[in-house]
Design a protein around this ligand. Sequence first.
Ligand SMILES: [Zn+2]
Length: 324
Amino acid sequence: MTANARLAAQPLIGTAPSRACAVCGQQSWREVGTAQDYEYETCSNMWNFRSCRECGHVQMDPLPAPEALPTIYPEHYYSYQMEKAIHPVARWAKHRLDRAKFRWITGGRPVTSYLDVGCGDGRYLRMMIGQGADPARVHGVELDERAVQAARAGGLNVLQRRIEDAQEFEPGSFDLITLFHVIEHVARPDEVVSRLHSLLRVGGLLALETPNFDCLDAQVSGKRFWGGYHTPRHWHLFTSASLRQLLIARGFTIERQRFQTGHAFLLWTLHHWLKYGKEKKKLAEWCHPLNNLPLLALATSFDMARILLGRKTSAVLVVARKSA
Ligand SMILES: [Zn+2]
């Protein structure tokens, strides 16, 4: 059976219409791409991506219906497992990069209270406690039950729910809130950003990392196979400009922005193109981000070169301050 035939044999899941542009509120769209679930093959639906003519923000339309969420996030989905699956050398490198990333985010200033949305097993919570944050004021929210259990077993404060539903936190209670590759998964990023604004103290920082649609690999492969689509789980794809616009419209000032390596997206793009575009299953498996450390290192080097040359990559990190 071909890869495309196997994908076509998956069930069709229920859908719900997308809304007006989450960034600017307009409803004037340009079609940019159509993709399927090339990573997990959970459904055979074709999903459309469209770009706002006003601000460039990209939304998936339609979206999976709420009752389809357990289907598109299957048991074996999750970055928590990915963390265990990655090579020890890659894990070591990631840890060092993470420490440098947090120094850049905070500008080296101490953080007492911290919230990580989509915290997995609490890796960043542990890191911030290790750097002097108050353990009683360090919190995470996470949906994956096993990740939550692992974090709690390590003594961390982690709630198993969406940030939209977490009413336990007092307004103005955090110095720093981070969302790494989370905002693209939520239905209403505008509402989430407003909620996070209320949870930060005045002067507090919000760090958002998310795919950047305004990059060369999306332009080249975005009609169908771009890895950043992560279809049908990435509902909102920002450009660096539309992300800044969203934050500014909700009371933030932009502190700094940088592009991050999007090495996994590069490999996924290759994988999807080979597997479903060319029906080259073996070659596609060779490009799987978890299977090929040398290729992952090559893709990382390519993106680091792009960053050094001042070019945009497929991932952007923006730090914004609650100014009032
Ligand atoms: Zn817009």
